[in-house]
Design a protein around this ligand. Structure first.
Ligand code: DON
Length: 352
């Protein structure tokens, strides 16, 4: 029996007991502990790099033609702590397009502008269990995009960005992502033009959202702004700072600027935990134990709340579009640096 017949509808997550509620309380308790010193972090980054440098499984994405030119040997790792210290190994200064990792930061900026309940109502926070560019997911949910990290939800979110013109929305996004990074970010024009010439599927998803009354702005202009946001150039050093900003209650630890509220950072990390690595988000959380987000050019951010952020880059991807070496390095480093939010040791009554 075909998948669509077995699953004629998906459960209506928007009617769950927690869906409409405002947060029960402000988040007074926060994640505790700190990263090891920078020498130790650098040694562990070097060790992760050496461990996975020769791993050559996975495939470079080529459905966006210019991404197919990426050198599969590139491999960069960076960490930035909430105290503002950064360290990197490998190709950490190599610029690449941010792709889907942009969805996290645009969502955070929209959450900051519209609020927790509104984005949860309009975009959703639940995993689709289907590929990031699935049309079927949207049909099975009667046009509910489900979460901001699949293309449907990301374009819904981009349509909600403040501003009445696509130029105004684009300026807001570029400025906001630059504040997460701590310096102005530029567009990779070749990647933008390559994706803009081949993004008929995203335009179709945006039109489908419009047909369900879910698109708050012109669908074709929204797709174009979304394509531009995906083409912004970053390095792993930038990604680590952007991730560390989310780990640090929305304050960039390098510039000291508050980019979004602490509650927005927290909401963004929650949705990364459910959906950051698409249909492999469960595997990621089980293995790595902290929120993450991947991009199809090969980047991944990993966020340890209250501690810091990890940025990785390696272009070969698994079947869901997540960097293979990036995931391995994140798992290794999460365990070695003590990032996993689910790991605990028994309380020692002798120690008090
Ligand atoms: O819309 C797209 O298909 C790309 N601009 C972004 C997809 C992506 O990065 C998926 N990530 N793993």
């Amino acid at each position: 029996m075909a998948y669509s017949e077995r699953h004629a509808t998906l459960p209506d997550f928007s009617t769950g007991a927690l869906a409409d509620d405002a947060p029960a309380a402000v988040h007074e308790a926060v994640s505790t502990g700190s990263l090891p010193d920078v020498e130790r972090i650098t040694a562990l980054l070097e060790s992760a790099h050496a461990r996975y440098r020769d791993l050559d499984t996975g495939k470079v994405a080529d459905y966006i033609p210019s991404l197919g030119n990426a050198d599969p040997a590139l491999f960069g790792l960076s960490v930035c702590g909430v105290v503002g210290r950064s360290t990197s190994v490998g190709d950490a200064a190599y610029p690449f397009s941010i792709q889907s990792i942009s969805k996290v930061f645009v969502f955070a900026l929209v959450c900051h502008a519209l609020g927790h309940s509104e984005v949860s109502r309009l975009v959703g926070v639940n995993n689709t269990g289907l590929p990031f560019n699935s049309v079927m997911a949207l049909e099975l949910s009667d046009g509910d995009p489900r979460n901001p990290l699949v293309n449907a939800g990301a374009m819904t979110t981009t349509g909600l960005v403040p501003g009445t013109t696509s130029d105004a929305k684009w300026a807001f996004i570029r400025d906001g992502l630059s504040r997460f990074a701590g310096h102005p970010l530029d567009v990779d024009e070749a990647v933008y033009e390559s994706e803009a010439a081949t993004n008929q599927r995203n335009m179709a998803i945006a039109r489908l959202l419009e047909s369900y009354g879910r698109m708050q702005f012109d669908p074709i202009q929204t797709t174009d702004v979304y394509t531009k946001q995906c083409s912004l150039l970053v390095t792993t050093a930038d990604l680590a700072v952007m991730a560390a900003t989310l780990a640090n209650g929305g304050v960039n630890p390098i510039t000291g600027e508050k980019v979004v509220d602490a509650s927005v950072s927290r909401d963004t990390l929650a949705v990364m935990a459910t959906s950051g690595l698409y249909e492999f988000s469960g595997d990621w959380l089980f293995e790595v134990g902290v929120p993450g987000k991947s991009g199809v050019s090969g980047g991944i951010i990993t966020v340890a709340p209250g501690k810091g952020g990890l940025g990785t880059f390696s272009p070969r991807l698994d079947a869901a579009g997540n960097s293979v070496r990036g995931q391995r390095a994140a798992r290794y480093l999460s365990h070695a640096l003590g990032l996993d939010v689910f790991a605990s040791k028994a309380f020692d009554p002798q120690a008090g």
